[in-house]
Design a protein around this ligand. Structure first.
Ligand code: TMP
Length: 238
């Protein structure tokens, strides 16, 4: 079923599948930050992110979000629809943190009066620069219809994820998602949703339970990812 390696990213590998129109995504233990400048291997990260992303994708699928996810094959591999990724990193911010806090000098943890939707051009050579809808249209990255659908799906996903994490006593600070087009032209949510791509803070202690522990050398990275998985299992695996 799993055939040749098609693409290797920083945290995942993409393999061809003997099933037409499908790929197999393998989650690696590798972690990078600052556009690949900081690198490490985090024990079990692939297994943890596969387990976390699996549960989040199933939850979103059950709530009407169209996604690339088909099935989890084993502890590190998923069967997914083959999609052409739209080169946009779609970021949602509910609370100020990270690059938003730095750029606009807003203290991390400050609640935002309005949900912020950002687009970055997914291009490592350029360091994934922040762009707007007009830039995306001008560069031919997406159409107006794509952008409208991406925005609508992203806000639905935000609401669903806020509710899910609330049940886990976790505050969803911000997250990054990606979209792709299937062979039939359908726009679907793609890539992973995990502590690599979200900021997740414990509701009570505000402890960071995400990749900022790696980015900022806070320690206990694996433990934080395990905590997210355990809480999701507590809520979703009934
Ligand atoms: P930022 O505050 O650094 O712009 O990050 C916003 C969100 O996007 C945060 O939840 C982490 C996530 N993210 C990625 O998934 N990949 C990236 O390359 C970066 C920079 C951020």
């Amino acid at each position: 079923m799993k055939q040749e390696l098609i693409y290797e990213g920083k945290a995942k590998q993409l393999y061809a599948s003997s099933n037409q129109g499908e790929v197999i995504i393998h989650y690696k233990d590798d972690a990078t930050a600052f556009n690949g400048i900081k690198k490490a291997s985090i024990e079990n990260k692939g297994i943890l992110n596969n387990a976390i992303s699996t549960r989040i994708y199933r939850y979103l699928g059950e709530h009407g979000i169209r996604t690339h996810y088909l099935e989890t094959l084993n502890e590190s591999d998923q069967r997914c629809l083959a999609v052409t990724i739209i080169p946009l990193e779609v970021i949602v911010r509910n609370v100020a943190a990270g690059s938003f806090s730095k750029r606009l000098q807003v203290e991390e943890g400050t609640p935002l009066q309005h949900v912020v939707f950002e687009l970055c051009y997914k291009n490592d050579d350029l360091g994934d620069p922040l762009i707007n809808d007009d830039h995306a249209l001008a560069l031919g990255i997406a159409t107006e219809a794509d952008l409208a659908q991406i925005r609508a799906m992203t806000f639905s996903i935000n609401q669903l994820l806020i509710q899910l994490f609330l049940q886990c006593s976790i505050e969803l600070i911000d997250f990054k998602i990606e979209f792709g087009k299937t062979a039939s032209g359908e726009l679907v949510l793609a890539d992973e949703i995990s502590p690599d791509s979200c900021r997740l803070w414990d509701m009570e202690s505000h402890e960071k339970l995400d990749k900022d522990r790696f980015r900022r050398d806070l320690g206990k990275v694996q433990e934080a990812y395990q905590e997210i998985l355990d809480r999701l299992i507590g809520v979703l695996d009934k």
